[in-house]
Design a protein around this ligand. Structure first.
Ligand code: FHN
Length: 441
């Protein structure tokens, strides 16, 4: 039953996010050139780490000895836990194994260029030292550290961009905060306008003021957001010149769309980022072991980039502050593949073919095309559709010797046949084709 309710809620929220994509007003008034400049690093980056971390990692999906169905960070909502009861989790949250540098180094090793971390999720608990509400990691837990400070320092040290997720509308702790489907504890009742003015806006001011450069503001679930409520956040964005915002503030269009747990079937002409879990939960859940394979994750990244998007891949650290081992292992394996093939991903986008004609994908960057072969045909040879000119050079990114044959065609159009290397990469073998000019169909 609660699973059905959750699916309904998720659908409603997805619809509300989708509705914003239809577009109302844009947040930043700027020329296309200014916008391209602001978005440049993000379009180049293509791959980032999402981190959902909070006191929901203490119950880790289990309440009163029973597994609560659904995603881990929603346990308070799904189990209808009273506000005061849930707040006690803070006293048990002591992530002594948290090591900001290790997290950032892992993201870097995976080939990720940015991190977005939950500064406050729907449960209302701030994962930073906040003067606005005592319900925060510094004041309410034995940990007495500010992980966002440590993460910001580590990101600066390792040259990784940092973004903050903040649940601006849903807040199941502070009176007046929204809750999808309605409040379940009278302690949650109050004025949403007051909540926005007294909690959400001042906390967003804190995260945009106290942590150095913030590259991305990642809003979520604009339940009950109106233009007036959204407007209260806009002046804060000036605190971080050049900041990029997603499309979930409410009322306004953001800089990029946010398909969740899915990859659009076709390329999109606007900026977009698929956010996705490695297993099925965002926040840590001890019982969720449905891990995607490294092959699936890398091919998702390839698929996304071939359609012009970014991939924001989630990890859900434990209450001790550790990223679960299956995630670490996969991120390292992704990193090994990226080390060889990353240039076909970074700064690349949609290729010229509507259909590559083999089991794989194609990305384009300047005068180069990158072909990703997932599975080679039985005859050990792929054929590449005709373009107006033949490439001036071709190579496998892993350094294997390459054999390319030009297929007979008309004078201005030639197809290519490329044979598999001796040891094809079981994840994806990448071929770089360089043309004299930007290749066109
Ligand atoms: O409700 C949240 C969910 O917990 C998670 O944070 C995801 C990440 O995109 N956003 C919401 C659902 O759309």
């Amino acid at each position: 039953m609660s699973r059905i309710i959750f699916v309904l809620l998720a659908t409603l929220m997805a619809l509300s996010v989708g509705a914003q994509c239809a577009g109302k007003e844009t947040i930043f008034v700027e020329t296309q050139e200014q916008r391209d400049k602001r978005m440049a690093w993000w379009r180049e980056a293509r791959f980032g780490m999402f981190i959902h971390w909070g006191i929901y990692s203490v119950p880790a999906g289990v309440w009163d000895g029973k597994e609560v169905p659904g995603i881990g960070e929603w346990i308070m909502h799904h189990a209808k836990i009273p506000v005061a009861e849930y707040a006690k989790l803070a006293g048990r949250f002591n992530p002594v194994k948290f090591d900001a540098q290790a997290w950032v180094k892992l993201a870097k090793e995976a080939g990720m260029k940015y991190i977005v971390i939950t500064s406050k999720h729907h449960d209302g608990f701030a994962m930073f030292r906040s003067a606005v509400s005592p319900f925060n990691i510094y004041d309410a837990t034995p940990f007495k550290r500010d992980p966002l400070k440590e993460l910001a320092e580590a990101c600066r040290k390792y040259d990784i961009k940092l973004g903050f997720y903040y649940s601006q509308a849903q807040d199941w702790h502070h009176p007046g905060g929204a809750a999808a489907g309605g409040h379940w504890d009278p302690a949650q009742d109050g004025s949403m306008d007051d909540y926005i003015r007294d909690i959400a806006v001042p906390q967003v001011r804190e995260i945009l003021s106290n942590y150095g450069p913030v590259a991305i503001m990642w809003w979520d679930t604009p339940v009950d957001m109106t233009k007036e409520r959204a407007d209260m956040f806009l002046p804060l964005l000036k605190l971080q010149p050049g900041i990029i915002v997603n499309n979930r503030l409410g009322y306004y269009d953001g800089d990029f769309g946010t398909p969740e747990q899915e990859i659009p079937p076709e390329a999109l002409s606007t900026d977009w980022e698929t956010c996705m879990t490695i297993n099925d939960t965002w926040g840590y859940k001890s019982t969720d072991n449905n891990w995607k394979s490294t092959t699936t994750l890398v091919r998702n990244l390839i698929d996304i980039v071939s359609k012009g998007g970014n991939y924001l891949l989630n990890v859900g650290p434990t209450s001790l502050g550790e990223i679960p081992e299956p995630s670490v292992q996969r991120l390292k394996e992704i990193g090994a593949w990226m080390k060889v093939n990353g240039e076909a991903i970074y700064g690349a986008g949609k290729g010229p073919f509507s259909n590559v004609g083999f089991d794989g994908r194609c990305t384009a960057k300047g005068n180069k095309l990158y072909l990703f072969v997932f599975n080679w045909p039985d005859n050990g040879e792929i054929t590449v559709p005709n373009l107006r000119a033949a490439p001036i050079s071709a190579r496998f990114l892993d350094g294997s010797p390459i054999e390319v044959t030009e297929l007979p065609g008309t004078e201005e159009r030639t197809g290519l046949a490329i044979s598999a290397p001796e040891k094809p990469d079981p994840i994806a073998t990448v071929i770089e084709l360089t043309y004299a000019e930007k290749p066109t169909p």
